[in-house]
Write a protein that binds this ligand. Structure first.
Ligand code: FAD
Ligand code: NAP
Length: 540
């Protein structure tokens, strides 16, 4: 029976054992709370456990994309490349799990299917896919922003006789494309990383592109041991400087604040050229209005389009690969030889922006009325981002209200941490927080630490319930939208807006700007969790 005292009782249930769930467990334990983590996969690492596609790699530098909570950990772990590849990040996640003995409180191969708030006891009843139930005062969703793979509902998908793959659900065994005819559908970050590596093996590779994307060379390379040493010598300071950056990383690269419209054209070109050669996101950091002014943005966009025309030999292919939207509006991609790959004789580009992929057939697919035959089809078609994994769980709050209903017109949160009507539920890197617009490990750490402090505060003051106020939530949603509308982000179709998933309401989900957000979270806590209502036990 739900709520029966016989079911296991915890202070907190954490859903997900990626970097968010692992650190949450560590903090909860350290603060003396009992906790159980449930993870659908068979191991830790989340994103880096599931996304094993060829070429999968982080595009935040390794010295920054790592935990800072333990000085010993950050000193002893040695990164090998400027940008770590998926196997190295997964090794790191496993190392952390072993080093802090996390596995004993993680139940793997277990999906959470439902969570129901019991108003009588101020506790959640959490149900697993095996029908087991546990009770917890708090539920902390560490379910990930990019963990719900999105495969388009194409007719005939079951009929295809070859192999299909999704980049976000890649098999654990090596997939050998040697001599195969391969299709890749999708040219977001995952496709752009996978295509050059698959092209090395495949006999023939056809890339189906719906929207051309901007990509900048990553310029990945072995990590200079001297650089690693010097950062480690002042790691706390290095991390602190990164936390002050708008995206919580990249403090080593200069950020300009002047307008690209006022810049001397030669100086602007020189700056972009230098940043292109250095590689990475900082291409867009030279001038303050690339992200806010269309004319300024066009200067960076046309620079990248010129680069594409310079790299790709066939002018028609170069034209197709040249994006039309604002640069940075969809997430900027980093690559290794992406555009160069289209010079290979075994690689072909098919534009499906207007002449769509119609259906799969037993031998391949039909697009724009033309039949193509393949041995393998790779879906690099992304994720139901930010809300997908949360809404797959049947979450019921006060008076049985379903989160799915509450969010039917887009997610509504206070600070991306709490939801009115859903007491004692926290979302790590939830919609309404900077999350996917930052170095996510930094955002994750900030959320985990804020949640832990909040739970300690509640314990110290004898509170059993915390709930975001409706009004604070309304104001916060308004704020997130208002900030987004000062930028060019809402100007194109992107997963930030949910426009990649048919039927999903178009709402800009993340908050732009990390430092002011942290300030706001700290202020809320200092003011006794302003905007939340805290109450003492009503029973149980
Ligand atoms: P995840 O790593 O997604 O972990 C969530 C876990 O929750 C998953 O293991 C999932 O199985 C589990 N889960 C979900 N629902 C349930 C359920 N109902 N029951 C049980 N378990 C559940 N970020 C950056 O900052 N820089 C990068 O360069 C970068 N590169 C990326 C590359 C790829 C290919 C992708 C997909 C994402 C990338 N990200 C990057 C974002 C990345 O998701 C975060 O950096 C970070 O790994 C998120 O950690 P997390 O723990 O919040 O979520
Ligand atoms: P994505 O950015 O959403 O890209 C999906 C691609 O599939 C898009 O090109 C999309 O076209 C296309 N697509 C979707 N449905 C289609 C259909 N029915 N027909 C044809 N094309 C279709 O997904 P992603 O590449 O997996 O990346 C998601 C996010 O994960 C990234 O933005 C990033 O945050 C993270 N990531 C990071 C890295 C990294 O470098 N560190 C690597 C991978 C992922 P449209 O653009 O037209 O929708």
């Amino acid at each position: 029976m739900p709520g029966s005292p016989k079911i296991p009782q915890y202070d907190a249930v954490v859903v997900g054992a990626g970097f968010a769930g692992m650190y949450m467990l560590y903090r909860l334990r350290k603060a003396g709370f009992s906790a159980r983590v449930f993870e659908g996969g068979s191991g830790v690492g989340g994103t880096w456990y599931w996304n094993r596609y060829p070429g999968a790699r982080c595009d935040v530098e390794s010295m920054e994309y790592s935990y800072e909570f333990s000085e010993e950990l950050q000193q002893e772990w040695e990164w090998t490349e400027r940008y770590p590849a998926q196997p190295e990040i997964l090794r790191y996640a496993n190392y952390v799990a072993d080093r802090f003995d996390l596995r004993k409180d993680i139940q793997f191969d277990t999906r959470i299917t439902a969570a129901t708030f019991d108003e009588g006891t101020d506790r959640w009843i959490v149900r697993t896919d095996e029908g087991a139930e546990v009770s917890a005062r708090f539920v902390i969703m560490a379910t990930g922003c990019l963990s719900s793979a999105n495969t388009p509902a194409l007719e005939g998908i079951e009929d295809f006789e070859g192999e299909t793959f999704h980049t976000g659900r890649w098999p654990h065994e090596r997939v050998d494309f040697t001599g195969k005819r391969v299709a890749v559908i999708g040219t977001g970050s995952s496709g752009i990383q996978a295509i050059p590596v698959i092209a090395e093996e495949a006999a023939d590779l056809v890339v189906f592109q719906r929207t051309a994307n901007y990509s900048v060379p990553a310029r990945n390379k072995p990590l200079d041991p001297e650089l690693q040493r010097s950062i480690k010598d002042r790691y706390a300071d290095f991390r602190a400087r990164n936390r002050l950056m708008p995206f919580a990383f990249g403090s080593n690269t200069p950020i300009g604040e002047t307008s690209a419209l006022d810049a001397d054209p030669h100086e602007l070109e020189r700056d972009l050229e230098e940043r292109w050669e250095r590689g990475g996101f900082a291409l867009l950091w030279g001038y303050g209005d690339f992200g806010t002014n269309r004319q300024a943005n066009e200067k960076a966009a046309s620079f990248v389009r010129r680069k594409i025309r310079h790299i790709v030999r066939d002018p028609a292919v170069a034209e197709l690969l040249s994006p039309k939207q604002v640069i940075g509006c969809k997430r900027l991609c980093l690559d290794t030889n992406y555009f160069e790959t289209f010079n290979q004789p075994n690689v072909h580009l098919v534009d499906v922006s207007e002449k769509k992929i119609e259906r799969l057939t037993p031998q391949g697919l039909i697009a724009g009325g033309k039949r193509y035959e393949f041995d393998c089809i790779v879906f690099a078609t992304g994720f139901d981002a930010m809300t997908g994994s949360l809404l797959k769980i049947d979450i019921k709050g006060k008076r049985g209200e379903a989160l799915r209903d509450k969010w039917s017109a887009g997610p509504r949160t206070y600070l991306g941490l709490g939801v009115a009507g859903f007491p004692n539920l926290f979302t790590i890197s939830g919609p309404g927080s900077p999350s996917v617009l930052t170095n996510m490990i930094v955002s994750i750490q900030q959320h985990v630490e804020w949640i832990t402090d909040c739970l300690v505060h509640m314990r110290d003051h004898g509170y059993s319930r915390i709930e975001a106020n409706e009004r604070a939530e309304d104001e916060w949603v308004g704020h997130v939208n208002a900030v987004a509308n000062t930028t060019l982000y809402p100007s194109c179709n992107s997963w930030y807006l949910g426009s990649n998933v048919p039927g999903k309401t178009r709402v800009f989900m993340p908050l732009v700007g990390f430092p002011p957000y942290v300030e706001k979270c700290n202020e809320v806590a200092t003011k006794g969790y302003e905007g939340f209502t805290l109450e003492r036990a009503t029973g149980g």
